[in-house]
Design a protein around this ligand. Structure first.
Ligand SMILES: Nc1ncnc2c1ncn2[C@@H]1O[C@H](COP(=O)(O)OP(=O)(O)O)[C@@H](O)[C@H]1O
Ligand SMILES: [Mg+2]
Length: 592
């Protein structure tokens, strides 16, 4: 039923370390280098304190316990306690610093990604579903920040401690050390085996989770339709299946993880047994002391501990690398619609529109517009009509440069839109779409959307009055401070349309495009919307995309779009008399 194809690409796990990617992640730590530096420096005292403990045990046993030296033992015990306290204090400090770095990198990366995504053009959002972008900005960023909290940074710490342990063990008793190290090849083989298994399982878990996510997102959004068509049972069965698959994959992955963990523990214990046996013999020979053996067993435990946890850290690194690859892929994507570097600006803005032999396709050679030409004079009010899918909305999008033409040009005030400063162009070309988008926040904040929040009270009041929105806003429990729910769900369609008109009056653009703005308003509010619309259009160049006669009648001139071109133009009466495309459209709609 649904395809989840594109998510597969999201789930590819590759290397656990890629120096090119790490170098780029590293650039994000630049403002926090001091913290990173302290973190790294802390590894050395921490490793030293780790190494000190078994050594203190050895001294306590050999020099104080066996000779029954109570005072000396007390001192060693105090030293041991002191070392422990210091060790945990340093560890806590370091953990605080790594989380600080991780959180800061997460914050900065998220900020950079959001800023970048904001520059992207409409075609980019056609290609990238919302779910995928959310994953980039939320989950992928989180995965990258784990490099600092539990990935590379703690691996580095392990390497420092491990090196110290190896050096001390070799220095203390190289024969016994080699006995312990003789188990390393076995350890490597076992770890490699389970890692490979766990990795495949883990990849499956991620694919399944992505499928579950995609399914859930669509299901929740379409719940109303699912319930209308009583598809609950089918949807539930599909969900149950996906959920089961995810559960199975997760379970398998856990089994391998647990097996690896247990295997390393077992090998570590085997090492202790061999040490006991071998070391015991050395004690009889007088080569090793009691305390020496105990210390050695302690070092051996510290040798196996980081190796046991390496699996988890490997997984963290692997997903961090995969996530950073995707993040940088997104950051490297250049927007194809950018402001002209040397913008030409027509001042003052008159609001003339011209389409000159415009060709446009959303992709490939499927021309939506093919040689479309027309002009709208400053202050003129023109209606654009045509059957569904003829490209009316597309014309609106080309005018404000949501997309760029493939051939020909779109001119505003005689200047190609590609030569305009993008922000200036969009400041002059307003659009009211069929589906008004309101943001969560107060009514007032939504009204001031285009004006950076600074709007004189009288301007706001006048706009609201002109838009016929005053009565209903004042009837809201909190008036202008009424909180709107997501997308203004607590308002009727007509009310949202009135708010959009008021918002546009505040924004006050020279050119206005109404894209079927009145088509889904209920008959009750239609008169109000119609009247407000009339006031909004006064004195502005406007392009009214409409199919209602009442709206079309507000226009001075009508353009008929057919097969990618403007085929007819004239007044309503002219066009009816011509008995062409317009007459046919009109008859279809009026049912005559
Ligand atoms: N974002 C898009 N990506 C690909 N094709 C699109 C997109 N938007 C519209 N189209 C296609 O372009 C054609 C014109 O669409 P549109 O301008 O919305 O028509 P109208 O507003 O006249 O109903 C349609 O065939 C539609 O399928
Ligand atoms: Mg449309």
């Amino acid at each position: 039923m649904r395809s989840h194809g594109h998510f597969a690409a999201d789930e590819i796990l590759g290397k656990a370390y890629d120096s090119r990617l790490m170098a780029r992640v590293w650039t994000f730590t630049r403002p926090h280098r001091a913290v990173v530096f302290v973190t790294v420096v802390l590894f050395f005292p921490i490793a030293l304190l780790e190494l000190l403990q078994p050594y203190l045990l050895k001294i306590a046993i050999d020099h104080h316990i066996l000779p029954r030296d109570w005072l000396g033992l007390t001192w060693v015990a105090l030293a041991f306690l002191g070392a422990l306290v210091l060790l945990y204090a340093l560890r806590a400090w370091q953990s605080y610093l790594t989380h600080l770095t991780g959180q800061r990198v997460l914050h900065d990366l998220r900020q950079a990604l959001f800023a970048h995504v904001q520059k992207m053009d409409a075609a980019f959002f056609d290609r990238n579903p919302v779910g995928r972008l959310m994953t980039r900005i939320l989950n992928d960023v989180e995965a990258v920040s784990e490099v600092f909290t539990s990935g590379l940074v703690s691996i580095l710490g392990d390497v420092v401690t491990l090196t110290g342990v190896i050096v001390v063990m070799l220095g203390m008793n190289w024969k016994l050390a080699l006995v312990t190290f003789s188990l390393v090849p076995l350890l490597v083989a076992v770890a490699a085996f389970f890692r490979a298994k766990a990795r495949t399982a883990y990849r499956l878990v991620r694919t399944r989770l992505a499928q579950l996510n995609a399914f859930l997102q669509e299901s929740l959004q379409g719940m109303a339709v699912i319930q209308l068509f009583t598809r609950e049972r089918q949807e539930f069965l599909r969900f149950a299946e996906l959920n089961r698959e995810h559960h199975r994959a997760q379970f398998r992955s856990s089994v391998y993880d647990a097996a690896l963990y247990a295997a390393v523990e077992a090998i570590g214990s085997a090492a202790v047994a061999i040490l006991l046996w071998h070391g015991g013999g050395q004690i009889w020979e007088g080569v090793l002391t009691f305390g020496g053996l105990v210390a050695f067993i302690e070092y051996t435990n510290r040798f196996f501990l980081p190796i046991r946890d390496l699996g988890a850290k490997y997984t963290v690194m692997q997903s961090a690398m995969a996530s950073s690859e995707r993040i940088f892929g997104l950051l490297d994507h250049r927007p194809s619609i950018v402001s002209s570097s040397r913008p030409v600006r027509a001042e003052p803005v008159r609001g003339a529109i011209e389409f000159g032999d415009v060709w446009f396709a959303y992709g490939g050679e499927e021309w939506v517009l093919s040689g479309c030409s027309f002009r709208v004079a400053p202050g003129e009010r023109v209606a654009l009509v045509g059957a569904t899918g003829e490209g009316k909305t597309t014309i609106a999008r080309l005018l404000n440069r949501s997309y760029d033409v493939s051939r020909g040009q779109v001119l505003v005030d005689g200047v190609d839109v590609r030569e305009w400063d993008l922000a200036a162009l969009r400041r002059q070309v307003g659009l009211i779409p069929q589906d008004v988008f309101l943001f969560t926040g107060t009514v007032e904040a939504n009204l001031k959307l285009g004006a950076d929040g600074v709007v004189p009270a009288d301007v706001l009041a006048r706009a609201v009055t002109m838009a016929n929105a005053r009565a209903f806003i004042e009837s809201l429990p909190d008036g202008y401070q009424q909180e709107l729910r997501e997308r203004g769900a607590n308002l009727s369609h007509g009310q949202r349309q009135l708010l959009a008109i008021a918002r546009c009056l505040v924004y006050n653009p020279a050119v206005l495009v109404l894209d079927e703005a009145t088509s889904s308003v209920d008959p009750e509010s239609e008169a109000l919307v119609q009247q407000a619309m009339g006031r909004l259009l006064a004195g502005r160049t406007s392009l009214i995309i409409a199919h209602r006669l009442s709206t079309i009648r507000m226009a001075h001139r009508i353009l008929v779009l057919h097969k990618g071109q403007v085929r007819e133009e004239g007044s309503h009466a002219d066009l009816l008399r011509r008995r062409g495309l317009y007459a046919r459209l009109y008859e279809l709609q009026c049912g005559k």
